[in-house]
Design a protein around this ligand. Structure first.
Ligand code: SAM
Length: 228
């Protein structure tokens, strides 16, 4: 089983743990890889849909890991209990708003969790904001391209986030404090390309509609400067 670079990055971000919940496990490839390489002793592979869960179950059986990976039909963390005592959670490949909904509704279960590995496909700012407000630190963030598409993988741990003004918080929620301070070269190129694209759009836009995009592009320029 060959994982995509995105899934491989998600897997490699997880630190050794006893019980991991893979929420929205789909095919179960990440769950399987995490047990196979010894990172997770046990995995609860959850999905809201029966089809993906059946596929995960077949893949888990084929890998001979039915004793270590349990599949569970669950909307988010609803069917995971405090008694399961997960110490790590993976939520990958879902939108930022859905990721936040799953975390919010699963708050009780998160009490035993020491690592959240999150790979939202959109609205990253919602996830970073939730983490900051709920007392999590982003200890690492990876930025990568897989098949030409950009992805962010967040490693969050319980802890007090660095204090900032509201304005700074909003800026870092949008542009990632970790990636900017890390001066990530790939992320720098991503920002540069985004600015160039916006400049092209702006040229073709009626003047009265440009305000929002001009503001956003100025913030992107500020972010780009921080990566120098
Ligand atoms: C795009 S796939 C991502 C699969 C895998 N996590 C990955 O990163 O490759 C999203 C999966 O999440 C499941 N899903 C969507 N909403 C969910 C929810 N509220 N709770 C659990 N699973 C959900 C879908 O059924 C689907 O299998």
């Amino acid at each position: 089983m060959k994982l995509s670079l995105r899934m491989e990055t998600v897997k490699n971000t997880v630190v050794p743990c006893k019980t991991l919940c893979d929420v929205g496990c789909d095919h179960g490839f990440v769950s399987i890889a995490l047990v196979e390489d010894g990172t997770a002793k046990k995995v609860i592979a959850c999905d809201i849909n029966k089809g993906p869960l059946a596929a995960a179950s077949d893949n888990i059986k084929a890998a001979g890991l039915s004793d270590s990976i349990e599949t569970r039909l669950s909307d988010g963390l609803h069917k995971v209990t405090k008694e399961d005592r997960p110490d790590a959670i993976v939520i990958a490949g879902m939108g930022g708003a859905l990721t936040v909904k799953i975390l919010t509704e699963g708050r009780e279960v998160l009490k035993t969790v020491s690592q959240l590995v999150l790979q939202p496909q959109s609205e990253l700012f919602l996830v970073r904001k939730w983490l900051r407000n709920e007392g999590y630190n982003i200890s690492k963030e990876c930025f990568l391209y897989d098949m030409g598409k950009p992805y962010f993988v967040i490693d969050a741990r319980p802890g007090e986030p660095t204090p900032h003004t509201d304005e700074e918080n909003a800026f870092f929620d949008e542009f990632s404090e970790y990636l900017l301070k890390d001066k990530n070269p790939l992320y720098r190129e991503y920002l540069k390309k985004g600015i160039e694209n916006n400049e092209t759009y702006l040229k073709g836009m009626p003047a009265e509609k440009r305000g929002e995009l001009i503001k956003k592009t100025e913030l992107m320029r500020k972010a780009l400067l921080m990566t120098e």
